[in-house]
Design a protein around this ligand. Structure first.
Ligand SMILES: CC(=O)SCCNC(=O)CCNC(=O)[C@H](O)C(C)(C)COP(=O)(O)OP(=O)(O)OC[C@H]1O[C@@H](n2cnc3c(N)ncnc32)[C@H](O)[C@@H]1OP(=O)(O)O
Length: 210
């Protein structure tokens, strides 16, 4: 499968200042920028920057960033699921995962997350994919937001829902290990029925029990 990537950008005002929301961004450009010190949800900022550069260089990888000058204040990643996860087992070349979305605290509450998703899905090529997102509450910033897991879950549903991602049922043990965890997905308008069927099969491995 080809993975054409079409760049888009926009500018928004946030509590922390004006930001450019843009992408997909090439690895060489990402290397020139600095990761904001507040981007710590998944890894320490420098490590996450290297991971993001790696993803941008993958054929299917996409990185959309929120940038204040040369500082990356937020980002979202898309790539094939980890081979260790069940989502990779179906070996679907049109299934990609929104792996991480993060906005540094000073820029939160200014529609940055929603804008990152908006720019992502402005690329019509996204309609060729099933885009999944596995939401685990242990990645959420419960401490700083002071939200309960249930409130945070609603926020994530709202953010992901802004681009048509919906909750899908699954028997994946990591997701079912806590009721706040969830699988969300968006099935692009050009995804064929066979792929949808495969996705349905991979969501339930113990269908006998359902
Ligand atoms: C697959 C994964 O990556 S799961 C992990 C998700 N990432 C994290 O939890 C990392 C830490 N958290 C963050 O980086 C940020 O808080 C994010 C990404 C969750 C949200 O980023 P923001 O830029 O603040 O979100 P944004 O401003 O676009 O908000 C979208 C909506 O959610 C609401 N919202 C966002 N944060 C909050 C909050 N703390 N409390 C209440 N509502 C909130 C907004 O009010 C807005 O609602 P509206 O559409 O009705 O106006």
């Amino acid at each position: 499968m080809e993975h054409p990537k079409t760049y888009s950008c926009t500018e928004i005002s946030t509590p922390g200042g004006d930001l450019i929301i843009e992408g997909p961004v090439a690895p060489e450009r990402l290397a020139e920028y600095e990761f904001h010190a507040g981007l710590t949800a998944f890894r320490v900022p420098e490590k996450q920057k290297q991971a993001v550069i790696g993803i941008a260089g993958l054929p299917e990888g996409r990185i959309i960033i929120a940038r204040h000058g040369s500082v990356i204040a937020g980002y979202v990643t898309y790539l094939y699921p980890d081979p260790m996860e069940r989502w990779a087992e179906a070996q679907m070349d049109n299934l990609i995962e929104l792996g991480a979305i993060e906005v540094a605290a000073p820029y939160r509450g200014g529609n940055v997350a929603k804008s990152l998703l908006d720019i992502s899905f402005r690329d019509d090529a996204m309609n060729d994919y099933i885009v999944i997102s596995t939401e685990y509450y242990w990645h959420w910033d419960l401490e700083n937001t002071r939200l309960s897991v249930w409130e945070y879950k609603e926020v994530m549903k709202k953010i992901m829902g802004s681009v048509g991602m919906e909750m899908f049922a699954t028997d994946d043990p990591e997701i079912t290990s806590h009721p706040a965890n969830m699988l969300m997905a968006r099935i692009g308008s050009r995804v064929d029925l066979d792929s949808i069927e495969k996705f349905n099969e991979v969501r339930f491995k113990n269908r006998f029990f359902y």
